[in-house]
Every structure is written in C-alpha cells, then in structure tokens.
Write a protein that binds this ligand. Structure first.
Ligand code: BGC
Length: 666
C-alpha cells in the first residue's frame, strides 16, 4: 500500500479530517476511520450509555469491572461504527483542583496501571482501538497549551508514567494520545524523550501516536519526534510544510513512511479494511449495558461518615423524606468537556429514591433552601433529609480547573438544612476531594458519589436503603484545605520562571509562546505518599471507605527471606465479621526502610476486591514482582532494588494496615 503512494499522499495521511476521522485515501482503497470520545461513554455520535466517571472505576478497585466496562464501551463503539475510542485517560490526580480528575483514575500509579490493562483489553477485544491519554503529565487544566510540567526523571518514572507503560507493555494498546502541555520545556507532541526514547523505544509501542486536538505546534519537530497523526486536521503536518522539509533534508522520507505504516498496520491488524466496523448485533441504545452502568455506580459510591449507623435507612420506617440540593435533579451523570456523555434516560437522585420508596412515602423536593415557613417545615419534620451538593459538568470540566471549595451557596445550604433537621445525609459529586470544613462535624452521614453515571440515582437509593453495601474506597486522599495538599504550593508556575518559546505558527509566521513552568517540587510526595511519609493525616485517607458490615484481616503469610527480583507471594484471610453481605478491598503496601535513597513511607503494590457473606472468610494471595520493591535510579536510568529489609502491610486504607510482616531481600 505504501509503495503506491506519492510523498504528498503519504503526508496527507498524517492528519485527521472532519474533526473525528482519519483521512481516506482512494488510491489504495482506504476509507476514513471514525473516532469517538471517550472512557465514560461513546458520546460523540449522540446519546449513549453514560457510565460512571473514571474516578468511580478507580473507587471500585475492581479489575473485573474494568474489563467489563471496556467491553461495554467497545460494544457501544461498534454500534456506532467507531474504530478508535479516544480513551482511557490515566493522568495522575495530583491536585483536587485539576479539572479532569473525574475522567482519570486515581492519585496512585499502581492502581491506575492495574485498572487500565483490563479496561484496554476489554475495549480492544471488541475490535476497537483504545487510545490511552494524555501522554504525559497533563495534570492540570489551567494554561494547558503553554504550561510545562517540569519533573525530575525519578518522579516521572515512578508516579506519572506507570499507567502508560502498563497500557503499552501489558495491554498492547494500539493508540496513544499526546497531551497539550509541555514536559520539561518541550511540547509533548514533539518530545523526543517521551515519544521516541521511552514510548516507541524502551516500551516498544507499535501503534499510532496521535496528538490531542490542536496539540501540535511544529510540523518538523512533531514529525521527527514521533507524532504519527495530527488531530483533528493537518494544520502543521501537511504537504506545504513537510514536502519542502523532506527536500531540504530536515525530515527523512523514511520517517514519514514509518508514521504511515503505523497507521496502516494498526488499521489492518483490526481488519478495518476487510470487515464492517458497524456491528448490527450491538444496539445503539443498549439495555444490556444499563446493569453494567448500575454496577459501576454501586461499586464505587463511597461511605465516608456514618455516625451511630444512621445508614442504612429502613424503608419501612420512612413516611416522609426531604430531598434537597442542586444535584438531586436533574441527574448529574458526569463532569464536563469532551468526555461528557448524554444518556438516553439518566436516573436522578430524586427519581431513584422516590422510585425505590414508592407512592406511600411523602417526598418533598427543593433545589435549594425553601423560603416559606411551610416548606421549611416539610424539611424539619421529614423522617430523613438527603442533600446533594458538589460539582457538575458546568463547574468541573475540561479546559479549566475547579475550586477546592464547593460552588457558591452550597456550604450555606448544607448548614441550613442540617440546622433544620439533624437527620441529614450529605451526598457529594465531584472528581476528588473538596472543602467540607464548614459543616462536616454537624452532619451524621456523608457519601461521595464521584460522578455516578446514568444509573446513579438508582445506585444511591439502593445504598441508602441497604439493598447494597457501600463498597467504594477513596482513589484520592481527601485533604482538609487546599493549602495543606502537597501539590498546592507547586501547582502554579512562578511568573519569574516564565520562558519564551520561539516557533512558527500554522500560518507560517513566527510565533512566540510564553511558557509557564509548573515545577513538580512535590516530587514523589503525591497524595498518601505525602501523608504517610510526613506522619500527618488527611481528612480521609486514600483507600478509605466505610461499609454496613465489618471485616477482619488475619493470618498473614509471607516469606521472611527471598532473592531480589523473585516473585513474592503474600497471603492473608479476610473475614466478614458483621451481619450483612458486603464488599471489601484488601490493600497491600510495601515499605523499604533500608533503602539507600529516600522513598515514600509506603506504596500500594497489590490489592484485591473480595465480596463476602456474613461470617465468610476468604484467603487472598497477592504476588509481588520485582517492580513492587524497586525504585527508579536516575543515575543508572533503570529500576533497582536495594537488598535488605522491606515491610509488607495489609489493610483497608493507606492508614489502617493491621497486618504486617518483614521480609529480607537478598
Ligand atoms: C480532549 C481530548 C479529546 C479530544 C477530542 C480534546 O479537547 O483533550 O481528551 O479526546 O478533545 O474530543
């Protein structure tokens, strides 16, 4: 196919068309191929199944669910004739203010890397190319075209790259999307270290490296530094720029050939030219995926506070309920921006609760604090009050960061409601932590919903009324205030450090960018790594979540001694010691007290989701490979293990690890 193309035709294939397609090439009978966002719903081509947010998947800590979601999205893509799914997004939730955390997964590289592999395998098993994004360090939305994420090599390798690495080396993802930002002063789409040395070199990536939409800034630099496909259109990588560059010897024709071959090979590998991508067996409006969307919401919603076991509520004892707040109706299914999926029939919290309770219960609804005394009474006299506050697609979204405090007026609303009726349960929507300081000590129960997708209202109702045990665990640390979060002081660049980048714009004229340098001075101290290393405590720790039952961890077995580099098996029992069936996440953290260098006090290196009937015990075995004990040595440019003492800890959050054992690595 390649040999039939002229240089101009080959270059033509390096840019997208019509916003969401690769270019067709009649000379080789190549049609255009269709793309769609993204990881919470195949949303670009109309209404779809709107799954819960990426943060929700992370809060489920469930690799089987990740695979099923990938398969569901793959089916939804095939039903829409989509060849490339523009997800998953796996950037690290470094700061609660970052506008796209809800789309991504968690603050922890191991959790992200472990979930992204079955997710991608699920998508690609359906004959759809997954696109892991945004490579790399797109950890904030402010100034996303001109911000440079300046990071040291060890932090890059240990925190920000592992999910991408696993996507490539374990899941064999067939597309990667470069981010908007610069990394260490060079835009990602033309970053030799990221694209050529690491992605295509060291990790052996065989697929297509595409730009984010309008994230290309220089034709020659992008073409020579690994970018295969400029999306959504060839503003830079076009014949006008690249033919003279080839003639002048600035770009080798073999480099262009390689980009084209990557595209063609991926498309042929998937049979895109020989079979219809549209699969009539998959419904566009898939009832089959509704239970999956519900399952994700049920598995992720996280119970953060439950004073005197106010929850679960007994529906037989509820005669009246007040359902208050901006987020109870209409349904808040997801955050905003390119991931936002319009569901056919989303279930709001109001609808979900009212449907579960049925016609005999009196439901009072108000989006805010009512201003008549009669209505205020409705709240005072309700058997229970539900208040849903937090962020929405309008206030937490791509392209801009959000506040750490709740949107205007919401703190006051919670305070007024709880003052009127102390039996108030607060529900939060948002991609991560937020400031709860004004009212947390006054409310007896608190649930975090992240963004629960189209079935969120049903899931909330089932959890509130005890039909399902809350089993979500925080994928991020909840800081008390923005200032105490470890990245706060490193979040924005210092204007004194700004630099100017001289380049040429798409119109061929000189263009200067002022680059803001965001120094990742928090280094490895992201989230719980900071909290556990400093010995301070966040409001709610990473990995934490309450349940309606209780669990016990016991009988830890691990070798006292093992060879460095060998696989270490760690086993323990998890018992449901309470009265109802429930789900628990067993979390395994590794500490390296004898390391020759500073390491975070503990790091997550294994986990297992277990579901147990009352009284039931399950023995869990987790295997730790060499990477679980390693750190990145920036001098040697490789992962190394310092022999000596390591500590293994098992528990149900980063701060509660009742089991521990020492192991000596020879
Ligand atoms: C986003 C990408 C998305 C693309 C296409 C960009 O604005 O950053 O995540 O895939 O648009 O919609």
């Amino acid at each position: 196919m390649l040999s039939k193309l002229t240089l101009e035709q080959k270059i033509e294939l390096l840019g997208g068309i019509n916003n969401m397609y690769t270019r067709p090439m009649p000379a080789i009978d190549l049609p255009r191929f269709k793309m769609s966002d993204a990881s919470v719903g195949v949303r670009t081509w109309g209404p779809t199944t709107a799954y819960a947010s990426g943060a929700s998947l992370a809060a489920s800590w469930d690799t089987d669910l990740a695979r099923k979601l990938g398969e569901g999205l793959g089916r939804d893509a095939r039903a829409r004739n989509v060849n490339f799914l523009l997800g998953p997004g796996v950037n690290i939730a470094r700061s609660a203010e970052a506008g796209r955390n809800f789309e991504y997964l968690s603050e922890d590289p191991y959790l992200n890397a472990t979930l992204v592999v079955p997710f991608i395998e699920g998508v690609q098993s359906q004959g759809v190319i997954a696109t892991v994004k945004h490579y790399a360090l797109n950890d904030q939305e402010f100034n996303r075209h001109n911000g440079s994420s300046d990071v040291d090599e060890r932090t890059l390798r240990e925190i920000y790259l592992p999910a991408f690495e696993a996507a490539v080396t374990k899941a064999h993802v067939d597309a990667v999307m470069n981010s908007y930002n610069l990394v260490n002063g060079v835009h990602a789409t033309q970053n030799d270290i990221l694209n050529l040395q690491i992605l295509k070199g060291e990790w052996g990536f065989q697929g297509v490296l595409m730009s984010d939409w309008d994230a290309t800034y220089d034709a020659v630099a992008a073409c020579n530094n690994g970018l295969d496909l400029e999306m959504p259109s060839p503003k830079f990588m076009n014949a006008k720029n690249l033919v003279p560059a080839v003639q002048a010897g600035q770009v080798k024709e073999s480099t262009i050939d390689e980009h084209v071959l990557r595209l063609l090979r991926a498309e042929l590998r998937y049979g895109f030219t020989t079979r219809p991508q549209f699969d009539p067996a998959d419904s566009t409006y898939s009832l089959a995926d509704r239970p999956l969307a519900l399952e994700e919401a049920l598995e992720s919603i996280t119970l953060l506070k439950n004073q005197e076991n106010l929850l679960p509520l007994n529906p037989a004892k509820i005669k009246s309920i007040a359902i208050i707040g901006p987020n109870v109706y209409p349904a808040v299914t997801g955050g905003g921006g390119s991931s936002q999926a319009a569901a056919f029939e989303p279930v709001s919290i109001l609808t979900g609760i009212a449907s579960l309770l049925g016609p005999d219960v009196h439901v009072f609804y108000s989006p805010g604090m009512p201003d008549t005394d009669d209505e205020k009474k409705a709240i005072e006299q309700a058997d229970v009050v539900i208040v849903a506050v937090g962020f929405t697609a309008a206030t937490e979204r791509e392209g801009k960061d959000r506040t750490f405090t709740l949107p205007a007026g919401q703190d006051a609303l919670v305070e007024q409601v709880v003052a009127a009726n102390p039996r108030t349960i607060v529900l939060l929507t948002g991609g991560g932590g937020m400031d709860l300081s004004r009212w947390l000590d006054k409310v007896p129960a608190l649930l975090h919903l992240y963004y629960p997708g189209q079935e969120g209202g049903t899931a909330v109702a089932q959890i509130l009324f005890g039909q399902h045990d809350p089993e979500g665990k925080l994928p991020v640390s909840f800081d008390r205030t923005w200032d105490e979060s470890p990245s706060a002081k490193w979040y924005h660049g210092d204007p004194a450090d700004n630099t100017t980048l001289h380049t040429t714009g798409a119109d061929g004229k000189p263009l200067d960018y002022t680059v803001e340098h965001i120094k990742y001075g928090d280094k490895l101290m992201v989230g719980y790594r900071y909290w556990t290393t400093t010995g301070k405590h966040p409001l709610f720790p990473f990995g934490f979540g309450l349940s309606y039952t209780t669990f016990k961890f016991s009988n830890l077995a691990a070798p006292a001694d093992a060879a460095s580099g060998s696989t270490v098996s760690v086993s323990f029992d998890v018992t449901n010691t309470g009265n109802v069936a429930g789900g628990e996440v067993a979390e395994l953290y590794v500490s390296d007290p004898s390391a020759q260098t500073d390491r975070p006090e503990r790091e997550l290196k294994g986990f297992a989701k277990v579901r147990l009937a009352p009284g039931e015990t399950q023995r869990v075995t987790l295997n730790l490979d060499a990477r679980a004990f390693s750190y990145w040595d920036a001098k040697a440019h490789k992962w190394i293990i310092d022999p000596g003492k390591f500590v293994l800890r098992v528990g149900d959050s980063s701060e509660n690890t009742p089991l521990h054992a020492d192991i000596n690595l020879r």
